[in-house]
Structure formats: structure tokens, C-alpha cells
Design a protein around this ligand. Structure first.
Ligand code: SF4
Length: 265
């Protein structure tokens, strides 16, 4: 199934996803050719310039830069913040990563999605949610009626934490200290964008936003993050790690349902 993925996401680039690698291919191709899901199959395909997803640009498999956003004082401030994040040395995670991966999206986005940390593909591209989990998120957003280009996507931690294993880089969960160090940047993104709703994708993001341990299983749904209205759901990489196909399909449907609720919040 690896042939369904772009070249740069094959071999070592998918290693961080572990068993999710096979599941990614399965989920990515799950509805390809299914007339009930036109255009929503997750086979890798080049996308039209202007879409933020993986594959935009001149060649299949290349991750293109987003088009320039309108310049406003807030957009300027967000750009300046990205530059600051690029030089951050607040914790050791910058040492082994290729680059920091700041958030991206409109500076006036009404909804902010927060994941855990960049993965292998994101670390190389310098953009959030462009790997297998990001492509699955794209598909789920589209099915839920949410336009990725109108959302601000970021992570609780801005540098990729991994363990080298041969040519592979295996994803490592950031610890509490690293999440706390990077909360500085997440807080500043929130303060600048001022989203109407913040969606935590997974327990790490929910913990960073709420300041306490969160069980996604028990607390999935609306949640307050300080003064901000929030919503907790799973991280798309969780779906890729599920070993059972029927469970993956069921959980994917639950995820789309959550995003549908987010759209209506
Ligand atoms: S992970 Fe966050 S706090 Fe740590 S160096 Fe990177 S940007 Fe700074």
C-alpha cells in the first residue's frame, strides 16, 4: 500500500508512525474510487495550488509553501512570532530536530486546532499536519464541512521529538517539562489569533491547554481552556495506530462527527 503515498512519505519518513504506517495506507486509500466519497479518498494526489495540504505545488509528493496571507497588524505579529519560534532554545528538543514547526493559518481564524508535536514529515517540511496524520485530518475536515485554509493549525510542542532507530526516526511523546516550556509559544499564538474555539487533538494538547491531565476517552467533547471555549477529541494519529480495520473506521466516523460538532459550535 506504500505506493499510495508520496515518495517522501515512504520508507523512513513514515517510521515515526510505527504500525500506523500500514494503517495510514489503508485509511488513505480506504474510499479511493468510492462514489460515496468523491474526492475524499486519501490516496495521495497533487492538490490545487492554494490548498494548504500536502502535495500542492508543481510536483506530486512535494509539500508546497502556503500562499502569502493578507498583511494585517495581527498577521505581521503572527509572522514575527514564527520567526521567534524558529530561534527558540527553551528546551532541548531543538537540538535534534530539523527546524521548529510553528502554527499556520489565517491570523483571524475563528477555530484553532492544536495537536501534540510535529512528526517526521512536518519536521522536514517545516509545516504542521502535512504527514499521514495530517492527510487524514484533511479528509476528516472536508467530510465535516470544515475548510482547512480557514483554520489555524498548530501543536503544543513545536519541535519533533524522536528516537533514531537505524534510518528511521521514531516518534517520542514530549514530557511534561517540554510541554510546559513550549506552552509559552502556544499561549502567544492564542493571544494573537484569539480564536472563538480551540480544539485539542489528543491528550497532550488537552493537557497543555487545560493545565491538567486529561483523559480523552472520558472527557471528549466541549471543555473550557481558561477563558477560551474548547473542545477535546482524538489526534488523527490515534486512528492510524489502531490495528483493527473496523475499529479504525468506527473511530474515524466518531472523529468526523466531533469535527461536525466543532463546525456548529
Ligand atoms: S519544543 Fe518548544 S520550547 Fe522546546 S525548543 Fe522547541 S519551540 Fe522551544
Amino acid at each position: 500500500m506504500a505506493h499510495l503515498l508520496p515518495h517522501h512519505l515512504q520508507s523512513g519518513a513514515l517510521a515515526a508512525e510505527g504500525d500506523g504506517r500500514r494503517n495510514a495506507a489503508a485509511l488513505l486509500g480506504q474510499h479511493a474510487g468510492d462514489p460515496a466519497h468523491p474526492g475524499h479518498g486519501l490516496r495521495f494526489r497533487p492538490q490545487a495550488p492554494g490548498h494548504g495540504g500536502a502535495g500542492a505545488g508543481s510536483g506530486a509528493g512535494k509539500i508546497a509553501a502556503r500562499p502569502a496571507a493578507p498583511v494585517t497588524p495581527v498577521a505581521d505579529a503572527v509572522s514575527a512570532l514564527k520567526e521567534e519560534i524558529a530561534h527558540c532554545r527553551r528546551c532541548p528538543l531543538h537540538c535534534a530536530a530539523t527546524q521548529a514547526v510553528p502554527g499556520e493559518g489565517p491570523a483571524d481564524a475563528a477555530i484553532m486546532l492544536v495537536g501534540e508535536q510535529p512528526g517526521d514529515a512536518e519536521d522536514l517540511a517545516g509545516r504542521p499536519f502535512v504527514g499521514p496524520a495530517g492527510q487524514l485530518l484533511d479528509r476528516a475536515l472536508a467530510e465535516a464541512g470544515l475548510d482547512r485554509d480557514r483554520l489555524y493549525l498548530t501543536n503544543a510542542v513545536k519541535h519533533f521529538k524522536y528516537e533514531p532507530r537505524g534510518k528511521r526516526r521514531i516518534h517520542q511523546k514530549p514530557n511534561a517539562g517540554e510541554v510546559q516550556s513550549c506552552k509559552w509559544w502556544l499561549n502567544r499564538e492564542i493571544a494573537l489569533v484569539r480564536p472563538r474555539l480551540i480544539v485539542a487533538l489528543g491528550a497532550t494538547a488537552a493537557g497543555a491547554l487545560s493545565g491538567r491531565a486529561v483523559s480523552v476517552t472520558k472527557e471528549r467533547g466541549p471543555m473550557s481552556f481558561g477563558e477560551a471555549q474548547g473542545f477535546v477529541t482524538v489526534h488523527p494519529s490515534f486512528l492510524l495506530r489502531l490495528p483493527d480495520e473496523s475499529a479504525r473506521e468506527r473511530e474515524y466516523r466518531n472523529f468526523v462527527s466531533d469535527l461536525g460538532r466543532v463546525r456548529k459550535e
